[in-house]
Design a protein around this ligand. Sequence first.
Ligand SMILES: Nc1ncnc2c1ncn2[C@@H]1O[C@H](COP(=O)(O)O)[C@@H](O)[C@H]1OP(=O)(O)O
Ligand SMILES: [Mg+2]
Length: 543
Amino acid sequence: MNLSRELQIALTATSRAANLSKNVFNSLVANDSVTKNDKSPVTIADYSCQSLVSLLLSKAFPSDPLVGEEDADVLRQSAELKDKVIGLVNNELSIPLKHGEVDGLDLGSTQQENTLLDAIDRGTFQGSSTGRMWCLDPIDGTKGFLRGGQYAVCLALLVDASVELGVIACPNLPVNPAQPDGERGVVFAAIKGQGAFQRPISQSNGALEPISMNAITPSTLSSASFCESVESGHSSQGDAANIANELGITKEPVRMDSQAKYCSISRGDGDVYLRLPVSASYEEKIWDHAPGRLLVAEAGGKVTDIHNKDLDFSHGRTLKHNKGVIAAHKDIHANVIKAVQKRHSAPAYTPSYEMDLFAEAPLSWQLCNSMNLRSRTRSIFQVPDFEELVDSHPSQILDEDEQTAIVEKLEKANAASNKQYRIVTAAFIVVQLTYLLTHLSASGSLINLALLLTPLPSLLNTLTSRDLITIRITHPHLKYIPEPRSHLLGVAASIVGLALYRNAATSRTLTILTFSAITEFWMRRSEKDARELHKLKYGQKSA
Ligand SMILES: Nc1ncnc2c1ncn2[C@@H]1O[C@H](COP(=O)(O)O)[C@@H](O)[C@H]1OP(=O)(O)O
Ligand SMILES: [Mg+2]
């Protein structure tokens, strides 16, 4: 497939969008004209870049659909935001085309408001498994953008759900990794079957230099280094450390935002990119991985999900049939997958609030309501004055101290009520054990005794708050049995027991184990809720 024109347009579009985003950063973030938590620079940069890239694509390839992260609804409702975006895009368009940029394409120096808003809305395409489509993340790594760290403008062309072309512009990545303080701003490109390349964003007519991954083999794997998200909410950093350990890797992980991670490993700045799901329900977005996946593959690597499945771009806007991402040199990918399967704990449970609650927004009545936290707080955490506290607050927004007080109350109340349930379960078990020990000759007594032991390890651990007995279930299939696994296995075994010995003692065992499994299930949920809240409030380290 000859994609040289597509490549030229994609390089120009992403490089220009990268320049535009730098203008936004310099005028709005670097000079502190907005506060750190103000999202408007990201919003402005996002919309402007999507408008610019989409406009160029629509001029060059009018019939190609675009899957973009944004639509223009918000802009149509805010004149101030809209004017800024239109101004920025037109400013970039008015810079004359340089040698090497899109030949034979008349962009016109400035564009009408509607043309630019419509260009943003072209990105609402829902994805398709057939035909051509472009896929755009105008500002990938918004947190990195605000921090002055890594972020990227990412564009890919998919044909029949296969990534044929990928281009990623990283405005803050050093051109030469050996000179981190030298020139920054690199654009990476890959065409399927033709290799991976980079060139400085500043050189629109410069040669594309071939890049490749470090040639790591299983025997040199321990010298590898790995990349991961800065955000612990996007990838499990704890599991990544365990996996590194398993592989004998001792170097500290390099944390960076955005698809700059794919770029870094493609040119050998790092070797392995791990994206380990922390949430069972999050579906990765196609624009977050399409160009990066091709770049790594063309640089000598292999990219799959954590189950070693190819990333499947044929299901609309998300990778709904994949979980996480593992990218590494093709010679060591299998080793990494093996370690992942051994050490990654599958997120069996998803908290009802996945957003960065305390960092992103104050805890308000509306938030509690929308995340079902109010009802859960009443029924699970049992903090009687929580609702009053939220309702009585004049602005319905809680300040820092009030949030802290709530988290502490939730944890205490939760721990106390769970202990009561566990004591009741333990009491049932002791009574039944005593009965069985005094009727040892009755049929099925020994089996019943054995069955009653199944919930004991977890009961003992939780009642003493210690890991007295730990049973590691590492088999990949068993990991997907929901918690509490040992209890569920106990219930299943006692159903078999009841089929063998239809007597009252076996029925009682089954009832006790079922009670224990159900209460344990709810308690674990509430404990995870409490832990999650704690993590959101105090950060990963202290959780
Ligand atoms: N729970 C999550 N798990 C994985 N990725 C996420 C999660 N929530 C958001 N993201 C996405 O991670 C990307 C940034 O990744 P990184 O941390 O590697 O820079 C963003 O595009 C963001 O998508 P979105 O922009 O829709 O929030
Ligand atoms: Mg993104």
